[in-house]
Design a binder for this molecule. Structure first.
Ligand code: SF4
Ligand code: SF4
Length: 274
């Protein structure tokens, strides 16, 4: 089964995947495994790099993960293609795909399977793509050979912690850009200061692993989905006029247009600064 998966992933230009038995995973949502009727077996951890060339745009005002279309769509398409192939080839086994809403602690499992190390910023850091990856997993009741690498952590240089604006703001900047309702004046000030209308990449950008992946050129996703149909800069007119189907295909859409328009208004001339 491993070679079948390897061939499939190679065709999809997915080069960062590894296996770990379910008994070595931290099961955080057992009901998802019950729903899939899988009690034991293997998690195939898949790290999907998402850093696009458009993320280098100096005028980018959204987090790099939201420059391509929503990664949930990518994983949905991937599993929709892969799982029927597996069902045909291995009819005696069960398969289920997960991304984000997962039955296991994905970061721990991915680190243990050997995909990377766990950063002080609580992200999985891979060698090629640093932390600019989305994690998903195929779970099966089949036993697949694996190597347990144990969990390794980053060198704890502290750059991410020192650069993180959350200490000064009292909340994560990314969470702040996504909150509903009105901002206080100090929240507006913070958004204006950091220049992002959606998300925050600071703890990833300052990390030496990211700097290395950028300078060596390995950081860019080889997967077409993450290089096509990209948006690096939002403005009010774009959000107001974007077709509903195009809008809902974006990762920045899940809090609705009003949230983005409120954030963008902070950067409009004439908006009082205090
Ligand atoms: S996303 Fe930004 S604010 Fe949130 S933890 Fe990372 S650096 Fe801090
Ligand atoms: S910036 Fe330093 S402490 Fe933070 S995740 Fe990267 S290596 Fe670890």
């Amino acid at each position: 089964m491993f070679s079948f998966l390897s061939n499939f992933f190679e065709k999809k230009q997915i080069d960062c995947f590894a296996t770990l038995p379910l008994h070595a995973c931290n099961i955080t949502k057992p009901y998802l495994l019950e729903r899939a009727n899988i009690q034991s077996g293997t998690a195939v951890l898949i790290a999907i790099p998402y850093y696009s060339h458009a993320a280098e745009d100096p005028n980018r005002n959204i987090s790099a993960y939201s420059v391509p279309r929503d990664y949930h769509r990518y994983f949905h398409q991937l599993f929709e293609e892969l799982i029927p192939l597996l069902n045909d080839r291995f009819p005696e086994h069960r398969f289920a795909g997960f991304a984000d809403h997962s039955p296991i602690d994905e970061i721990q499992a991915a680190a243990r399977a050997g995909l990377g190390i766990i950063g002080k910023n609580n992200l999985l850091i891979t060698q090629k793509y640093s932390s600019y990856i989305f994690l998903g997993e195929l779970i099966t009741d089949a036993d697949i050979p694996y190597t347990d690498h144990g969990i390794s952590h980053c060198e704890n240089c502290g750059l991410c912690m020192r650069a993180c604006p959350a200490h000064a703001l009292g909340t994560c900047l990314s969470a702040l850009t996504q909150k509903k309702g009105q901002f206080t004046e100090s929240e507006k000030q913070a958004i204006r200061q950091y220049g992002s209308v959606w998300g925050c990449d600071i703890c990833q950008e300052v990390c030496p692993h990211t700097k290395r992946a950028i300078s060596s050129g390995t950081i860019f996703s080889p997967i077409a989905f993450f290089q096509q149909d990209v948006i690096s800069h939002l403005n009010t007119e774009m959000i107001e006029h974007m077709e509903e189907s195009a809008f809902t295909s974006r990762a920045f859409a899940w809090r609705g247009r009003e949230t983005l328009l409120r954030n963008l208004k902070i950067f409009e001339k004439g908006e009082p600064s205090c």
